[in-house]
Ligand binder design. Structure first.
Ligand code: ARG
Length: 467
């Protein structure tokens, strides 16, 4: 057991208590950030005359060597240390002797852990954003190729009106675009440095918090030392945004599972992204889409868990907050994995355009346009709706589609129909006449695709700052 705080204790910690309390098994994930924060702290301490330059150089050298050795595998992070902060400090003292004991001057593990977690998640926000960007690039590529691939649009999972594949995928494009915006917002809001807040009440040393904040790429220091060590809002926001990403991926997965079924056959998932059955030789299952859908609950769980952990905590730091780590790490890794796999799956998926188009042709997806045809001939919409309703019923009885009826059959129901009805309800007319912004026609989609391509070409400022 290697602890930083034995002085006022007369007994050894019970082994079970030690194990229960320790966080090294998971907070080792941010050893790099812990060292990065310590280096900035020590540079600032020397600049403020709290450490000599010689002491600073020795400590920075020691810390750098620890980081290198962990990275090249010669130094193992083991369970004998309580947490990553203890591991780094103990190893520093081992390597450089007593001067290493000065590292923790003007600092508490409370502001240290707040900083480490922020540094770690801040870079994960950028990674998530980049993965979303790659997904958007795949989507726009498929959209461009399928601007005239007709398919049925659904409401209540019933065929509603014809759309195009580009239009349908464009809906997901907008969702993932908003997910990226959430990353940008979270980044901007979280980007303030808690280091120098001490245990909760700052410190009597003349620390330059603005300087450490700038060394670590923050906008500035946080402005209340109690809040600095007690705030986990940024994790809750991140988990909430990650949950929304999963919700989007899950809806998309659900559609792919349906579309990949024998009943739809709109798409075929590539062999590389499918799995087989141990008993049924014919099976090719959409396991990846199902797992993405399944893992959504786990990410929501992390959000609910952290909200619950935080809700009763008095200010400032409480050990409950150590519970933020495993679930956040798990949620981040889950979401990153899901976006990448999903991207690979849709990038290799085959779209059966002819089947989608055929499906759009039946199911009376052109009934609204048939009613609009009558409206254009002066029939009030409500009456037109009734006439087409009767026509659809007649078609169902005759087992025919609207475009298979003869002009005589049309005129039996209403004399207003003329032979131009066929043109008015063709699949092409139904789609291409929908010209409003955001609608499925080729003309409208081309504008949207062009503006979304311009959006993808521009880089967010948050990325520029960090590169
Ligand atoms: N492992 C702790 C955590 O994750 C670090 C902070 C410990 N601070 C303390 N006062 N015990 O929250």
């Amino acid at each position: 057991m290697a602890q930083l705080w034995g002085g006022r204790f007369t007994k050894e910690t019970d082994q079970l208590v030690y194990n229960f309390n320790a966080s090294i098994s998971f907070d080792q994930k941010f050893y790099k950030q812990d060292i990065e924060g310590s280096v900035a702290h020590v540079i600032m301490l020397a600049r403020q005359g709290i450490l000599t330059n010689g002491e600073k150089d020795e400590i920075v050298k020691g810390l750098t060597s620890i980081c290198e050795d962990v990275e090249n595998g010669t130094l193992k992070i083991t369970g004998e240390y309580e947490d990553i902060h203890s591991f780094v400090e103990a190893n520093l003292i081992d390597r450089i002797g007593d001067v290493g004991k000065k590292l923790h001057t003007g600092r508490s593990r409370n502001d240290q852990v707040a900083l480490d977690m922020k540094l770690y998640t801040r870079s994960e926000v950028l990674v998530t954003d980049q993965l979303l960007k790659e997904l958007l690039e795949t989507l726009i590529e498929i959209m461009e190729k399928n601007i005239d691939t007709y398919m049925p649009g659904f409401t209540h999972l019933q065929k509603a009106q014809p759309i195009t594949l580009a239009h349908h995928l464009g809906a997901y494009f907008e969702m993932f675009k908003r997910d990226r915006l959430r990353m940008k917002d979270i980044y901007a809001r979280m980007n303030y440095c808690p280091l120098g807040s001490g245990a909760l009440a700052g410190t009597t040393y003349p620390l330059d918090r603005e300087y450490t904040a700038s060394l670590l790429g923050f906008e500035g220091p946080t402005l209340n030392s109690i809040d600095s060590v007690a705030d986990r809002d940024y994790l809750i926001e991140f988990l909430s945004a990650l949950s929304t990403i999963m919700m989007h991926l899950s809806r998309f997965s659900e559609e792919i599972i349906l579309w990949n079924s024998n009943e739809y056959r709109f798409v075929e998932i590539d062999d590389a992204y499918s799995t087989g059955s141990s008993i049924m030789p014919q099976k090719k299952n959409p396991d990846i889409a199902e797992l993405v859908r399944g893992k959504t609950g786990r990410v929501y769980g992390a959000l609910m868990s952290l909200l619950t952990t935080m809700k009763g905590l008095p200010l400032a730091y409480n050990k409950d907050m150590q519970e933020d780590k495993e679930l956040t790490f798990d949620a981040i890794d889950t979401v990153k994995g899901c976006i990448s796999l999903f991207n690979g799956m849709i990038g290799t998926m085959k779209f059966n355009n002819a089947i989608m188009e055929k499906s759009a042709m039946n199911g009376f997806t052109n009934a609204t346009d048939a009613a609009d045809y009558l409206v254009n001939k002066g029939v009030p919409f409500r009456d037109a709706h009734g006439i087409i309703g009767r026509l659809v019923l007649y078609c169902i009885q005759q087992n025919k589609s609207l475009d298979e009826l003869s002009i005589e059959e049309y005129q039996k129901i209403s004399p207003i129909f003329e032979s131009d009805i066929y043109q008015a309800i063709s699949l092409e007319t139904c789609v291409q006449k929908r010209l409003t912004i955001g609608a499925p026609s080729e003309k409208a989609m081309q504008k949207v695709i062009a503006s979304n391509k311009a959006y993808l070409a521009e880089e967010f400022e948050m990325r520029k700052e960090r590169d």
